[in-house]
Design a protein around this ligand. Structure first.
Ligand code: PDD
Length: 284
């Protein structure tokens, strides 16, 4: 089947298949760019302001000037959702420094901005019902993981290893502590019912879903601790879960060879998922 999706590139809505990027684009040559992924549920953007604020922050960190305002970018996202008739899935935004002669410090005339949509039914994934499995891997990434850079090779390798092992995600580990998932935030619930996740820093991406879920948990009376946790603590946890724009909240039922809890999605993860979906749908 031919791809009939409409994308937005270089000022125009156009068929995704017709988008022509320069081979000299610095996103391609140097991974000199950033991206965002925002969920679409019932045709609406989920937590849009938070994702656009992070887009601005990532762009500023690399000194790439956004060619449009945040409001204009959101309008394009909404228009893409409408043109593609997207009810569930994601909108992807990529911004690179642009195309120029290959030179580490070249300053292209203009940045490259590309947006497209991806259909996905995040409510129907088997991991929602059965929980997910994760493997642990050394975190071999760079020191500015707070920037949502398109330089994702370490994550690609970690996800390939996870897939090979029959797992859905890889938890990245540094000095015995879990930093985060390859494309998600990592959380556990300790034996006394405390929800634990690493505080934001350069070591992890400040997850938009993480922020929303922590606020919902607090409102719901869940005890929170923002601190790093070890792999051993995770293996002994009552519950484990991951959060991301593309999965919302997913319970983790196995880490490496260790079953977590009774091997079924835990009550706190299920409750937080429900609260997040209510928020996403604007019913709470
Ligand atoms: N990934 N940590 C990393 C390394 C991520 O790549 C992501 C998101 C998250 C969760 O952030 P948020 O809740 O804002 O989606 C944490 C996206 C979904 C991706 O790369 O496809």
């Amino acid at each position: 089947m031919t791809d009939t999706r409409t994308a937005w590139f270089d000022g125009n809505f156009q068929p995704l298949a017709d988008v022509r990027l320069s081979p000299m684009d610095r996103g391609f040559l140097f991974a000199d760019g950033i991206y965002e992924v925002t969920a679409v549920l019932d045709g609406k953007l989920v937590d849009s302001a938070s994702h656009l604020a992070r887009l601005e922050r990532s762009a500023a960190a690399l000194e790439i000037k956004l060619p449009l305002t945040i409001a204009e970018i959101e309008q394009i996202e909404l228009e893409l959702v409408a043109r593609n008739g997207l009810t569930r899935g994601t909108v992807y935004i990529q911004l690179t420094r642009g195309a120029a002669e290959r030179d580490f410090v070249a300053e292209p005339d203009k940045p490259t901005l590309l947006l497209f949509t991806q259909a996905a039914d995040m409510l129907a994934s088997p991991a929602v019902k059965n929980g997910a499995r994760v493997i642990t891997m050394p975190d071999i990434r760079w020191g500015r993981r707070d920037i949502k850079s398109v330089m994702l090779l370490a994550q690609v390798l970690a996800k390939r290893a996870a897939k090979e092992a029959g797992a859905q995600e890889a938890w990245l580990v540094q000095d015995g502590y879990v930093t985060e998932g390859a494309s998600s935030t990592a959380l556990i619930v300790t034996a006394d019912g405390t929800l634990v996740t690493r505080p934001n820093s350069n070591a992890i991406l400040p997850g938009c879903t993480r922020a929303a879920v922590l606020a919902l948990a607090e409102r719901d009376g869940v005890r929170l601790e923002e601190r790093a946790f070890t792999v051993d603590e995770a293996l002994a946890a009552r519950e484990a879960m991951l959060t991301s724009a593309s999965t919302f909240v997913i319970s983790i039922v196995q880490i490496d060879d260790q079953q977590i809890g009774d091997g079924r999605p835990g009550p706190i993860a299920l409750r937080l998922r429900e609260l997040y979906l209510e928020m996403a749908r604007g019913t709470n």
